[in-house]
Design a protein around this ligand. Structure first.
Ligand SMILES: N[C@@H](CCC(=O)N[C@@H](CS)C(=O)NCC(=O)O)C(=O)O
Length: 163
């Protein structure tokens, strides 16, 4: 690290992007000749590459719990958010987002982070929290535990630097 950032025009995808990611999506990480896509897999790659700064527990069950929440974020919350952002099944997807946020609020009661210590699972939710407008989502007084968690994440110095 640090890595050079290259912006991509997703409405006019470049040959460079399509050659690196057959899904034609960002992010893509290119590192020492390795090309890696899918954000959860990029996260795991960086976790493996930089063990001095661990963002996954050594405890196997806690690692599995963290991965379950990564999957929850990507296959539910972000999926529904993506539908809203792309004007597809908007009302149904907004209702799903409300339901997921309620579930998360119940889970976050009494917790600082989603799966034990701060981990890749918490990090996975940050892009959703920073794009609430895009997903037509609101996180208000009815979701006190998610509100507190979101603030806790967005207040972290390393996260602030990226906003
Ligand atoms: N599952 C993928 C989703 C990536 C994704 O949907 N990226 C959006 C931008 S936030 C994108 O590239 N959209 C362009 C498209 O779908 O054509 C990941 O986590 O990396």
């Amino acid at each position: 690290m640090p890595y050079e950032t290259i912006e991509c025009d997703l409405k006019n995808k470049s040959k460079e992007l399509l050659e690196r990611n057959p899904y034609g999506k960002v992010p893509v990480l290119e590192d020492d000749g390795a090309v890696i896509y899918e954000s959860a897999i990029i996260d795991e790659y960086l976790e493996d590459k930089y063990p001095a700064l661990p963002l996954m527990s050594q405890d196997l069950a806690e690692r599995a719990r963290a991965r379950i929440w990564v999957d929850y974020c990507n296959s539910r919350l972000q999926r529904a958010g993506g539908f809203v952002a792309h004007d597809y099944k908007v009302e149904q997807s907004k209702a799903e987002i409300v339901e997921y946020l309620r579930e998360l609020d119940a889970h976050m009661r009494g917790r600082d982070y989603i799966a034990g210590a701060y981990s890749l699972a918490d990090i996975t939710f940050i892009p959703f929290f920073t794009r609430l407008d895009r997903y037509q989502a609101t996180i208000g007084d009815d979701l006190p535990n998610v509100t507190a968690w979101m603030k806790r994440l967005l207040d972290r110095p390393a996260v602030k630097e990226t906003l």
